[in-house]
Design a protein around this ligand. Structure first.
Ligand SMILES: [Zn+2]
Length: 478
């Protein structure tokens, strides 16, 4: 027993020696200093922008991060923090309280070291020197176009200039952001929406911009907000519709549910998810205008439902759901050819919940068109499309019971009424002339022929029964 124990302790001692030797070897042998990554890029900074320094050391642990400002002949300490044990450490600081003034030019000196015995026992050191200028001036924005006239559910257009270089700018409205795009003459052009779900009094867009130094501005954007009431509609669900859709809906929501429960999941949760997806798709947009002239709608097609129709769904005589229909429903012959409404690039081509087989075409600067319920998709993401080019065939995929095209227009992912963009005169008055008045130029634009059919009236169908104000219809179209 004794012999075994002593042999064990010899082995353990040898093992401890080997481990210590290995650690010492690693510490002395580590010649690599930690790598430095700084969150701030650019050579301007203000007093409140948080800057994060990350030090990463492959072989040893990070010992400290030290930040100082070299201004004229002085080295002003900003922050220094010691660490123990980890190969990656972070430190966040601002330049507040150092006595720096607007336009002061200085160096930001960042030094890091590891805890090895390299560097004569002080660790391997690494440092970066970043030349900076203190910039406390907010970008000032000056609106150059006349006050946008925006109808509820519609699009607005504004042209403005910025007093300095900006990192980003656009119209902000609650959680929504509509980016602006720089024009050849240096001005910014922004298309923004008056969301269908807001009242006139709640439509208070802000013009916003920020620079790389961390300065941010937001000012009220004066608009003429025009109220609009939307139609309402009742849809009576039938068992035959749910039976016909059973297999397709089960592929979207596979959980074990009754037909009507699954319908409600798709009409509610999946609808909201799809709206989020379209918001993401909306960010994928060209910085220039790709469209030319008014948008085209599906030819020889009867309008079946309008933008922002409020829909009440009935099942066995009871109201079971309410939703808003965002787009135009246009019915032609079955599997009719669908032409692209304007020039652009395909940014979505595939199945998406309530939309079924869906194509989204980007027309630049946040403007996109949407073609849904297709039976066939004839294009791929990335395809450049000409106005009128056939991109697919109408169908009844997704939340549709009968063959039709659901056509939509989106501004930075939010659905707006397509009517305005189908109308030469609206485009001329609200986009082309405004840009021109502000001293800018747009791609060649000609108003062709008479105005597009008048507004929401075109979709109105006669009530089935005299005196019945609401339209009622079978669930053929959604
Ligand atoms: Zn529709």
């Amino acid at each position: 027993m004794r012999g075994t124990r002593s042999r064990m302790s010899v082995v353990l001692t040898l093992f401890a020696f080997a481990a210590a030797a290995f650690v010492a070897f690693m510490l002395f042998n580590d010649r690599q200093p930690p790598a430095i990554a700084v969150s701030h890029t650019g050579d301007r900074i203000n007093l409140s922008l948080p800057v994060t320094v990350r030090a990463t050391d492959e072989a040893s642990a990070v010992a400290y991060i030290d930040v100082a400002v070299r201004f004229q002949e002085n080295l002003i300490p900003v922050v220094r923090r010691e660490f123990g044990g980890s190969g990656q450490e972070e430190l966040t600081f601002t330049l507040a309280g150092l006595g720096l003034k607007n336009n002061d030019v200085f160096d930001l000196e960042i030094t890091v070291a590891d805890n090895s015995f390299g560097g004569l026992g002080f660790g391997n050191k690494n440092s970066v020197i970043l030349p900076m200028r203190l910039d406390l001036s907010e970008p000032r924005l000056t609106v150059k176009s006349s006050v946008p006239y925006v109808r509820r559910g519609g699009t607005g257009c504004v042209v403005y200039s910025a007093s300095k270089e900006v990192a980003g700018t656009g119209v902000k409205l609650g959680d929504l952001f509509f980016p602006a795009f720089r024009q050849e003459n240096g001005d910014y052009l922004c298309f923004f929406a008056f969301p269908y779900y807001l009242d006139t009094k709640d439509f208070t867009p802000l013009l916003t911009a920020w620079d790389t130094a961390g300065n941010r501005t937001a000012q009220n954007l004066p608009v003429t907000a025009v109220p609009r009431r939307f139609s309402s509609d009742t849809i009576t669900l039938s068992r035959s519709f749910l039976d016909a859709k059973a297999a397709e809906f089960e592929a979207v929501v596979p959980e074990p549910l009754s037909l009507i429960e699954r319908f409600l999941e798709i009409n509610g949760r999946i609808r909201r998810e799809n709206a989020k997806t379209l918001m993401e798709v909306g960010k994928n947009t060209a910085p220039t205008i790709l469209w030319r002239g008014a948008f085209q709608r599906l030819p020889r097609a009867a309008p079946r439902a309008g933008f922002a129709d409020h829909r009440v769904y009935l099942w066995e005589g009871k109201k079971i759901d309410e939703q808003t229909h965002l787009g135009f429903d246009l019915a032609s012959v079955k599997q009719a050819d669908v032409p692209a409404a304007n020039f652009g690039t395909v940014v979505y081509a595939g199945y998406l919940g309530i939309y079924g087989n869906l194509i989204v075409i980007d027309h630049g600067m946040g403007l996109q068109s949407l073609y849904s319920h297709l039976s066939a998709i004839g294009v791929e993401v990335g395809s450049r499309i000409a106005k009128g080019e056939i991109i697919g065939k109408t169908g009844a995929t997704g939340m549709a019971g009968g063959d039709h095209l659901h056509f939509g227009i989106l501004i930075s992912g939010l659905e707006v009424t397509p009517l305005e963009w189908l109308d030469d005169h609206w485009i001329k008055d609200n986009v082309v002339d405004r840009v021109k008045d502000a001293g800018g130029t747009l791609p060649e634009f000609q108003v062709s022929g008479p105005a597009a059919p008048q507004g929401e009236n075109e979709k109105k169908t006669k009530p089935e029964k005299p005196g019945n104000k609401q339209r009622r219809r079978s669930p053929a179209r959604r």
